[in-house]
Design a binder for this molecule. Sequence first.
Ligand code: GAP
Length: 474
Amino acid sequence: MQQVTLETIVSLAKRRGFVFQSSEIYGGLNGCWDYGPLGVELLRNLKDAWWKSMTYRDDIEGIDAAILMHPRVWEASGHVANFTDPMIDNKVSKARYRADNLIEEHIAKLEKNGKHERARNLAARLSAAREPEDFYQIIIDEEIADPASGSRDWTPVRYFNLMFKTFIGSVEDANSVVYLRPETAQGIFVNFRNVLDSSRQKIPFGIAQIGKAFRNEINTKYFLFRTREFEQMEMQYFIKPGMHVEQFEYWREQRFQWFLELGMTTDVLRFKPHDKLAHYAAAAVDIEFKFPFGWGEIEGIHSRTDFDLSRHEEYSGKKLEFVDTGTKERFVPYVIETSIGASRSFMAFLCHAYTVEHVPDAEGDDAERTVLKFHPKLAPIKAAVLPLVKKDGMPEFAEKLYRDLQKSFNVQYDESAAIGRRYRRQDEIGTPFCITIDGESLSDGTVTVRERDSMQQIRLAADKVKEYILQRIL
Ligand code: GAP
């Protein structure tokens, strides 16, 4: 992957219609983004690739649960009590920060300045911090200043719940409070029995879901990386207790492989085990991607024991166990969870695809081209149909082919500007195939197919083009 700044990615994303700021004409809404014509295709292709790899197999079923759920769900899951971040305000700048992030940034600064031991000690202190006062004391002891104003005049630290609250029905009181789900996983846990009873699955089996999640993040940052509305693709794999070590290993490898199959490379991906495990977790590892701003989590694989199902049993009063009809054994299944952000990994694939190259232009001179080297499965537009010139029957030939291809996949027609410029335009949005109709096409029915990355051209009969492309994008 090439070095690229986040500004370049954000600007390309807007210019070419991948991502726009939400409500931009009103000045934008912090932490929310809209997907434009190309972005929506890329996101859809990414979700499709995940959906196919996770649910087109014998042992995993898909669901699509409601975003609004019974409020007791979030009590059982622990989100009402614990889904909080420590927050601090600076009295001078009025800026609000996550206290743990301020300390992490301070630790990174210490590391950068070669103060490794002090950084290590502080990291240990941060990792042990539980109460708001613990975070506050670190900020005071370390004399951490507000990055915006340089002031050290801080309010106390308070815990802030990240769930968005709203009301169901016409009365806005404590009894009608509901939350926008902060993760899709709970929709899967509460449907465990329904799926088990309505499908032919037996343990081990999984349930997968793609959907929106909402978190009222204190600080949104890095474009699509930390937003308040985003999409998750989660799968809970229900297993027999005791199988969790083996299954955790299996899923961690499967998920890493998935990124490689879609064109990512091992220099930009790594595993990062969690230093601090949640109280219910037996193991947890993140898959991190090397973003322009540094390494960041794109997916978490968590061994969650029987915590979630047991808590839902307790709070709902309904049995959530599996009965083995052969051995008559009863147990509450353990769960291995794979949880990836669709929007966050969208950004990772976009950054990874971004390439600037020097290639010879039509005259053989050195020219620069920007290419989005998406895997053909992910590319928003699969092919462009380009008549070499706007005469001699080429546009008519091209249009006929274009209309036919359009029935099977997303394709663009472009007859404006010199052919080289049209190739560059398609390169910049990551179109893997450009089909050119020239004089020969009219005499023998063949066209050229140019492959985006190698820029190699082959000649094919026009009626073979669809099959050729389909083989490469499915
Ligand atoms: N059910 C487990 C769970 O939700 P998580 O680590 O909080 O785990 C999983 O989230 C994934 O969701 C992350 O790896 C990330 O890709 C995505 N994600 C989480 N918070 C996000 C946010 N504020 N903005 C964008 N993506 C986010």
